[in-house]
Design a protein around this ligand. Structure first.
Ligand code: FES
Ligand SMILES: [Fe+2]
Length: 372
């Protein structure tokens, strides 16, 4: 059931989806304090493995130091070069690509070519900037603010709810991302409602679930949608397979959004984390990390079922992603020219909660940690 019985105000104006000022304020007040899911531990399993990201105008480097993951600003304290330009790789030492300064896992300097040229040594200004890094299941989160809640506190009840979904009985199947010519809130708001299903996903989902089968929960920092899947042939087949793999079949579909930008969703056969990052006032990057069931029962049948399900889930997830993605530029074009206030229906009430979070975070001066 929905929480509200009457329509709600569209709290954000169209220009808040286009303006540079809004974008700057959101980077500072919404994104700098947030935790960002960037990759999985399976992306850098061996010592020396690293991944890098250019998100939130902040080059980020994550590296495996003898099994321990650390995150740094990917900028060298010598003369500001990015330490690496590679998105992914492995190297024996963390070494800057320009002059070869080396760094340890604390971010301090190791070997410096021709070190005597830098006497007297300014230790304080020669360290990498470290970021906080924590995991939820196998998902690796980074926070670019020096202070603030830890990941468990920040995710609240979503931490325990989703940690077992990324790892254990589920294994990493695919990570993909796409850039869209639209404001990041267009993407997030689309994920917060089931109203668009009949027109945008007619073949993949069919009709929208009736209100009696749509359960909403609205909290200041997150919202929930839950529905039971229909008892049709594909779902009965899924149930059979999931049970053969040693798992309980619940028939539940769960969808959570942790404001401002993280979506967790999943059925018994899969778990999906999607995260949207602004890359400008009118552009964004949408990253998805998909896990599929492998079960806890070992043996050839469970393995075969896991291998069978995986490509099917990947195909459906990417199809849904592309169906939504085709609409994003259309919504942005409309926003650029809209004279309307907009309105939010009861089925879309999670959008209202999200917009409240955005409006509250940007209202008035406040002291929030900045990128150090
Ligand atoms: S800029 Fe990195 S070693 Fe010179
Ligand atoms: Fe959709």
């Amino acid at each position: 059931m929905f929480v509200n019985q009457h329509h709600l105000a569209h709290l954000l104006r169209p220009d808040q989806y286009t303006s540079e000022e809004q974008y700057r304020a959101e980077l500072r007040h919404l994104f700098a304090p947030a935790w960002h899911p960037l990759c999985t531990v399976t992306d850098l399993p061996r010592p020396g493995d690293f991944v890098s990201f250019d998100l939130l105008e902040t080059p980020i480097l994550i590296r495996n130091f003898d099994g321990e993951l650390r995150a740094f600003l990917n900028v060298c304290p010598h003369r500001h070069a990015r330490i690496t330009g590679k998105a992914k790789g492995s190297s024996e030492k963390l070494r800057c690509q320009y002059h070869g300064w080396e760094f340890n896992k604390e971010g301090g300097t190791g070997k410096i070519p021709e070190a005597k040229a830098f006497r007297p040594w300014d230790r304080e200004n020669s360290c990498l900037t470290a970021f906080r890094l924590e995991t939820c299941g196998e998902l690796v989160f980074v926070n670019i603010a020096a202070t603030g809640p830890n990941l468990r506190e920040w995710l609240g009840p979503l931490f325990e709810r989703w940690a077992p979904a990324f790892g254990g009985a589920y294994r990493h199947a695919l990570t993909w991302e796409a850039d869209f010519p639209c404001n990041w809130k267009v993407v997030l708001e689309n994920s917060l409602e089931s109203y668009h299903i009949p027109l945008v996903h007619p073949k993949t989902f069919g009709d929208m679930p009736p209100e009696e089968n749509s359960w909403h929960e609205l909290e200041p920092t997150y919202s929930t949608y839950k529905t039971m899947v229909p008892n049709d042939f594909p779902n009965r087949s899924s149930a059979w397979m999931v049970r053969r793999m040693g798992e309980t079949f619940t028939g539940e579909y769960w969808h959570h959004v942790r404001h401002p930008h993280i979506t967790f969703s999943g059925l018994d056969v899969h778990k999906l984390m999607m995260c949207v990052f602004p890359t400008g006032p009118r552009t964004c990057r949408y990253r998805s990390i998909l896990y599929t069931v492998r079960g806890t029962r070992r043996g050839p049948l469970a393995r075969a079922l896991g291998r069978f399900l995986r490509p099917i889930v990947v195909t459906v997830a990417k199809k849904v992603f592309n169906e939504d993605g085709a609409l994003f530029p259309e919504i942005q074009r409309g926003l650029e020219a809209s004279p309307h206030r907009g309105v939010i229906g009861t089925r879309e009430e999670r959008i209202f909660t999200f917009q409240q979070f955005v409006a509250d975070a940007l209202r008035g001066p406040r002291e929030l940690p900045l990128v150090s």
